[in-house]
Design a protein around this ligand. Sequence first.
Ligand SMILES: [Zn+2]
Length: 94
Amino acid sequence: MPTYEYRCPECAVFDLICGMGEAPDSTPCPSCGTMSRRKMSAPHLSIAGSAEFRLIDNSKRSAHEPPVVTGLPGQGKNRPAYTANPLHHKLPRP
Ligand SMILES: [Zn+2]
């Protein structure tokens, strides 16, 4: 169900969840009871701007716009000094 925004003249903006097309033009404020008019706003139906949308957008972008790097991964000051995993001791040394 969509979320509709109402502006209370005494308090602030509050949300009301109603069925599509069932939102009243005015409703009492849940805090003070003053009749509040519906605020014209974009419907909150899209996932645009959400964490899921940013993840999908970044994944698509990295397919054709990979980030520019200045060195090999694992080198530089961010490289760990050692590994604590005992299985890594069996790996061949460079
Ligand atoms: Zn109010």
